[in-house]
Design a protein around this ligand. Structure first.
Ligand SMILES: [Zn+2]
Length: 434
């Protein structure tokens, strides 16, 4: 089973100095910064998912790309733009439309021709047909007589998605495009997903992406896959678009899932309340040491007099120092937790969350000391500190790497059709730690 990481221009700055918290003044974003696949000397993903909606920046979403980055991507193609030659394994590139960026529109803002051109210009290996995401999920619609509980506008989205898939495949053949086409199945219930898959197979697709999975619970995803299984041709491979729950990989594989994409391992590092740092068995809570500089919420509280500025600065420094002493064996778990919680109470007086138990567990186990990944080896205890994009994103990269090892350990490679060739490793160094 292949794991694709959706691209959202998440890079880290190798010049970042973790002790002084400064970066090189000559650093050029994207040019000097590193993607997850450039940071590790061993494989961490199978490929990247690049969305047209993210590259173009549709509507209020805005683009994660600057104008010049967008032009470079289209001029040089994605393999060169993402510097795939620096990854330790051969990576695949999948393109999709990024239907979430235009979910509120009546119709997708792109034509099938524009999408085909985009995929071909970017030199993707796989391209997903133009779709319109359905966010409604109601299994009740599968009960006899239940079809009418689904609004006509929702059903129209599925119809539109299937019509575009048909046009996409026809034009793909006529234009002799080099990437492999995937049809998208959208639905609102297990049976409606199965019906979409059936239609796509009839058109000639044997690689089908299942859309609209992002808000679904694992149980609901499995319900849909079980129903799809009743109509799926043995040769049809499935791709799950945007899975946030990844604890059922074995069952996914049994039900024909050949690939999926997920940002969960990355996002959990700094979006989740507790599960910020992955290990082979447990997930740990990262230690919050908020930055006073550049933190608008803290700045507002300081300006309004809620937080005394000098005391906050002193506590922030004390927390960083306590972590340094802990790593050197000169501070106990209890001493560090005390300082961290004192700073936390100062920053947020009304807070109801108590991190004491979680912090004690993190510090007692000190999981970064046992992690063989390149990030933890370089960063040491800084990886567990919840603070600023450079630390948080590197912890996300560590999670991606750990997740990928777990995926490989499940032994689900049977669905991989060919052996990937090893590439020379790229050594990653950061100034502060190398
Ligand atoms: Zn690690």
């Amino acid at each position: 089973m292949k794991f694709f990481l959706p691209d959202s221009q998440d890079l880290v700055d190798p010049s970042f100095d973790f002790e002084r918290e400064r970066r090189s003044t000559t650093r050029q974003r994207q040019h000097d910064d590193l993607y997850a696949h450039e940071v590790f000397s061993t494989p961490t993903i199978d490929g990247l998912l690049v969305s047209k909606g993210i590259v173009d920046g549709f509507g209020a979403t805005g683009s994660r790309y600057t104008q010049s980055q967008r032009l470079r991507l289209l001029r040089h193609g994605a393999p060169r733009f993402f510097r795939l030659e620096r990854a330790p394994n051969a990576l695949k590139l999948m393109g999709d439309c990024g239907a979430f960026t235009y979910v509120h529109e009546e119709e997708p803002p792109y034509s099938v021709d524009e999408v085909l051109e985009f995929y071909e210009n970017c030199r993707f290996d796989h391209g997903v047909s133009l779709d319109h995401v359905i966010l409604e999920f109601n299994p009740g619609a599968d009960i006899p007589g239940g079809k009418n509980i689904i609004d006509a506008s929702i059903r129209a989205r599925q119809k539109l998605t299937l019509e575009r898939a048909k046009e996409f495949l026809r034009k793909h053949k006529a234009g002799r495009y080099s990437f492999e086409p995937l049809g998208v199945a959208q639905g609102w219930s297990p049976k409606s997903y199965a019906s979409a898959v059936k239609s796509l197979q009839k058109m000639g697709y044997d690689y089908i992406a299942i859309g609209g999975m992002v808000p679904l619970k694992s149980r609901e995803i499995l319900m849909c896959l079980e129903e799809i299984q009743t109509v799926r041709n043995p040769a049809t491979r499935l791709h799950l678009l945007g899975v946030t729950r990844t604890e059922h990989l074995r069952e996914f594989a049994r039900l024909g899932v050949a690939s999926f994409d997920s940002t969960s391992p990355l996002r959990q590092a700094f979006k989740d309340d507790r599960d910020n740092y992955y290990t082979n068995g447990l997930k740990y809570t990262a230690l919050r040491i908020p930055q006073i500089e550049g933190n608008s919420l803290l700045q507002r509280k300081i300006l309004s007099g809620q937080i005394p500025q000098e005391r906050a600065r002193k506590m922030e420094r004390a927390c960083l120092e306590a972590m340094k002493l802990f790593e050197a064996g000169k501070h106990t778990v209890r001493q560090v937790v005390e300082v961290l919680l004192e700073y936390e109470r100062l920053c947020d007086r009304e807070q109801k969350k108590d991190h004491a138990g979680a912090y004690e567990k993190t510090l007692t186990d000190a999981p970064w000391r046992n992690c063989p990944c390149d990030v933890c080896k370089e960063l040491k205890y800084h990886v567990i500190i919840f603070r600023g994009a450079e630390r948080n994103r590197r912890r996300g990269f560590h999670n991606i790497w750990t997740f990928y090892q777990q995926l490989r350990n499940l032994g689900l490679e049977a669905t991989n059709t060919r052996q990937e060739t090893e590439r020379p490793t790229h050594q990653w160094r950061s100034r502060a730690n190398g």
